[in-house]
Design a protein around this ligand. Structure first.
Ligand SMILES: Nc1ncnc2c1ncn2[C@@H]1O[C@H](COP(=O)(O)OP(=O)(O)O)[C@@H](O)[C@H]1O
Ligand SMILES: [Mg+2]
Length: 335
């Protein structure tokens, strides 16, 4: 897409497990525009983390291309490749596992500064680390900077994880379930801080979550991409996707979000799936992978060809669903 800072084109990724190849991502096209917030949502195992790692260069696609500022990243060498890796930073899901327990906060945060030659000497590094800790509200800095991860709370550790992602002045931050492991009571504080930092730094944010309610809250001004079993099934502006969900899977996800008013939750349309079983990646059903569960399944159409993402009628949202992209109304199966 014109002007995208980061993009995936036709990305596939497989993992080997014994003798079988597991198709974890299939035909992913995704563009990240400068300063936008784009949310990847979908249930556990649908490939969100793998997508985030490929975006940030931690994993290579098995097939397909990753573009940074319009250039294929496999063609980048030396300084240009390092600039890409610096520009895209990831905040990992688990603040316990992603911080080295043997390193102090200063040492964790100064390491990338020295590695990328962003500071020259100790005093400069101390100053920069202190400024980073202030940015993520870990103050007074003197109480935190020389501590070890185990001496901090879970919420404080995740703030260190966020500060580490900011060390290289990234243009894209991939936040992978960044608040899933912390207590609900401190989630909103972390989310608000991430939103504020994103705006201040002018970075784009790829916000990964299994929780559509969180996506709705966080990416209200941005876009949402809904994933199901390794593919994007719907992508569009958050407000449009929430107000007018297209793909049957998106409708199911939305119908499962409780409303603040219990009375409204009780009266919410509950969508009855044809099956609760999620197919294995190694035994994907033919055609649309959602068809065995889809209440609006059309035999002969949905179970033959894999649907590609196309624009739905009268809207910008793109959706991978045969009946919808052919302009046919959804009718319950069996009709
Ligand atoms: N390194 C790996 N080796 C083998 N399988 C993997 C590896 N990483 C992820 N997977 C598998 O890929 C699928 C998608 O994983 P992931 O991208 O972590 O999904 P999500 O973040 O949406 O939960 C899962 O079935 C997972 O078991
Ligand atoms: Mg994940």
């Amino acid at each position: 897409m014109e002007g995208a800072i980061l993009g995936l084109e036709g990305v596939y990724r497989t993992f080997k497990k014994g003798r079988t190849l597991i198709p974890v991502l299939q035909d992913i096209d995704l563009n990240v525009m400068p300063q936008e917030c784009i949310c990847l949502v979908g249930e556990s195992g649908c490939g969100k983390t793998t997508t985030g790692k490929i975006l940030s260069g931690l994993l290579k696609p098995s097939r397909g291309r990753v573009f940074f500022e319009g250039k294929d990243t496999t063609s980048l060498r030396g300084a240009a490749y390092n600039a890409y890796r610096r520009a895209v930073q990831i905040i990992h899901q688990d603040p316990y596992a992603s911080l080295n327990p043997a390193h102090t906060i200063y040492s964790t945060l100064s390491f990338p500064l020295f590695r990328h030659k962003l500071v020259k000497h100790y005093n400069e590094a101390r100053e920069r680390v202190a400024a980073l800790l202030e940015m993520v509200d870990l103050t007074p800095v003197a109480d935190v900077i020389d501590k070890y991860p185990h001496q901090l709370s879970g919420g404080q550790r995740q703030r260190v994880g966020i500060a580490r992602a900011l060390t290289t002045n990234p243009r894209v931050i991939v936040a992978d379930e960044a608040v899933s492991m912390v207590d609900v009571s401190i989630r909103i504080g972390l989310l608000n801080m991430m939103g504020r930092l994103q705006a201040e730094l002018g970075a784009a944010l790829v916000f990964i979550t299994h929780d559509l309610a969180l996506a709705k809250y966080f990416a209200w001004e941005g876009r949402i991409a809904v994933m199901y079993l390794g593919r994007i099934v719907e992508i569009g502006r958050t407000q449009e996707v929430i107000a007018n969900p297209q793909h049957p899977y998106t409708r199911v996800l939305l119908s499962a979000i409780p409303e603040a008013d219990p009375e409204r939750t009780r009266h919410k349309q509950h969508i009855q799936l044809r099956s609760e079983d999620i197919p294995r990646l190694t035994e994907l059903p033919p055609g649309c992978a959602f068809h065995p569960r889809c209440p609006w399944f059309v035999p002969g159409m949905c179970d033959s060809e894999v649907p590609t993402l196309e624009r739905g009628a009268d809207m910008d949202t793109r959706v991978a669903c045969h009946p919808l992209t052919r302009g046919e109304p959804l009718t319950l199966y069996p009709a």
